[in-house]
Design a protein around this ligand. Structure first.
Ligand code: SF4
Length: 321
């Protein structure tokens, strides 16, 4: 959960998760949809899928225990070099150094290395760590380095006056601690998207996203991105034609919601719609779901705001059937 996400944001999710899935067996036997639903809002949904798949493998092959072996752990879904080293050192006290964003930054400043912080350079940092990595205190050392990077040697405005390793730090000695590593300027793409709200016999049409890719396995209302030059209505008609092979009409604007994801910002426009021709619906992918059941389905955060709107408005699609 903590990959790419701050502790404060994770805490409520972690507590809820541990109540729902207190052990590997409970997680392994849960339906994926329930797992994704409890992750809703945390982003990077691939992590939830990986945890669930890893739990199933652990139960099937290892009696529900995490193997204390690098190669076996590395084969589990979601276990890259960082997670594997973290589990082996923190849980089993094995001498594996952990390199993640915080540790990488501390090492770059210590050595006064000025290029960007790429994980592809980690071999260099592992070689450097060999000089002072305490194999018998791997757990304490790894946690200390991660905490040092998270709390003291921060990306912006490092708190060097509190730093216990200040006298070894090349960046501090040269006054370069604010410029190593050079900060990335993250440009967030702005996306306009449209979704169609169809209602039939008190149920709403939703569709499942492919298991792989962005928001994999989550549910959404039919629709998609607006292309340059299109009006919102044109985008909606094109998207529904492409997705469901149907013509639509009687559109009524319902609401726009904004949501900032890590790499992009979406403005989502929802319209109440009705079909003018028969849609091609696939039992595996499409469902008509009552308002009360919508809350059981995991949605990306932008679509979840549309669901909230529907719950708070008795029949927003009236005159659209
Ligand atoms: Fe980071 Fe400053 Fe400590 Fe160097 S002295 S490791 S820049 S906090």
């Amino acid at each position: 959960m903590l990959q790419q996400t701050q502790v404060q944001a994770v805490l409520p999710y972690y507590q809820k998760w541990m109540k729902l899935f207190p052990n590997v067996q409970t997680l392994a036997s849960a339906p994926l949809q329930k797992v994704l639903k409890s992750w809703q809002g945390l982003g990077y949904y691939r992590r939830a899928q990986n945890l669930w798949q890893a739990a199933r493998l652990l139960v099937e092959k290892y009696g529900g225990q995490l193997p204390a072996n690098y190669d076996e752990l590395r084969r589990l879904p979601g276990f890259g070099p960082y997670t594997t080293a973290a589990v082996l050192s923190l849980a089993y006290g094995q001498p594996y150094p952990v390199i993640e964003a915080n540790v990488r930054r501390v090492l770059m400043r210590l050595a006064g290395w000025k290029t960007r912080a790429f994980s592809s350079s980690d071999r260099k940092w592992l070689a450097l760590l060999e000089f002072f990595f305490p194999t018998r205190k791997a757990k304490e050392f790894n946690q200390a380095m991660m905490e040092l990077g998270g709390l003291v040697c921060k990306p912006r405005h490092p708190r060097c006056h509190l730093c216990p390793i200040q006298r070894f730090c090349a960046a501090f000695a040269r006054g370069e601690q604010e410029t190593i590593p050079p900060l990335k300027t993250l440009r967030s793409e702005k996306i306009q998207a449209v979704v169609a709200i169809f209602r039939k016999n008190g149920k709403y049409l939703i569709q499942k996203r492919p298991e792989r890719g962005l928001f994999g396995g989550l549910w959404e209302f039919p629709g998609g991105k607006r292309k340059t030059g299109e009006t919102l209505e044109e985008a909606l008609q094109r998207e529904i034609k492409e997705e469901l092979g149907a013509e639509i009409e009687a559109m009524r604007f319902l609401l726009s919601v904004d949501h900032a994801y890590t790499r992009f910002h979406v403005k989502l426009h929802a319209f109440a719609c009705r079909f003018r021709s028969r849609p091609h619906l696939d039992n595996q992918r499409h469902r008509w779901v009552s308002l009360s059941s919508l809350r059981k389905y995991p949605f990306p955060s932008g679509s979840a705001k549309v669901v909230e709107y529907l719950k708070n408005h008795s029949d927003p699609t009236r005159n659209c059937r």
